[in-house]
Design a protein. Structure first.
Length: 194
């Protein structure tokens, strides 16, 4: 559906958490259309509310998927949005899970305080945050573009970390054996003294 169809859909079917969805979408479009060099337009944007797809191991529903089409197809962008009123932990968890399926991921919450941990998680995973209240929406920070290269780096980093943990165990065992031998040698030497 296009922007006007989505607007009508929200007017007729919005959940409590989607009350200000149009204002949230306007903030996202302002970020990705008005503040970019790319040739995107609001009129060509496609909206898929409550988009359902099969993830790696489970069926996943995204509150909103926006597709920005570009004359050069390789620049088409997928933007995911998760709406919640106040449940920060849940919306962040949902956004992290859905992050790898889109180019940009956003959460939209009421104007609630976040802890440093929550802000850190959003920053680490490049998830944007928009706050909303009645007749108002404001982007706190934009989402970071995720490339497959970024995902590849994450997988490599995980593999390196797992290998380092394995090596750490080997080293700890060797050090433990050396400490035991030194301790045994110390006891032997102390017994031999006249």
């Amino acid at each position: 559906m296009d922007y006007e169809e989505y607007k009508k859909f929200i007017e007729e079917n919005a959940n409590k958490e989607e009350r200000e969805a149009i204002r949230v979408v306007d903030e996202i479009l302002r970020q990705h259309i008005d503040r970019t060099w790319a040739e995107y337009s609001k009129s060509k944007a496609k909206f898929f509310p409550r988009f359902v797809f099969n993830g790696d191991k489970e069926r996943i529903e995204m509150d909103l998927l926006i597709v920005l089409e570009h004359p050069k197809q390789r620049y088409n962008r997928k933007i995911g949005v998760e709406f919640k009123e106040t449940d920060a932990d849940k919306v962040i968890t949902q956004a992290i899970i859905r992050r790898k399926y889109v180019d940009y991921m956003y959460i939209a919450t009421k104007d609630i305080p976040f802890t440093y941990k929550e802000v850190f998680l959003l920053s680490y995973f490049g998830i944007g945050w928009i706050i909303w209240k009645e007749d108002f929406a404001k982007m706190i920070f934009p989402a970071k573009y995720t490339t497959t290269e970024y995902m590849f780096e994450e997988i490599i980093n995980l593999a390196i970390e797992l290998k380092l943990r394995e090596k750490q165990k080997e080293i700890e065992e060797k050090v433990s054996n050396i400490v035991k031998k030194v301790s045994t040698l110390d006891r032997f030497i102390h017994k031999q003294k006249p």
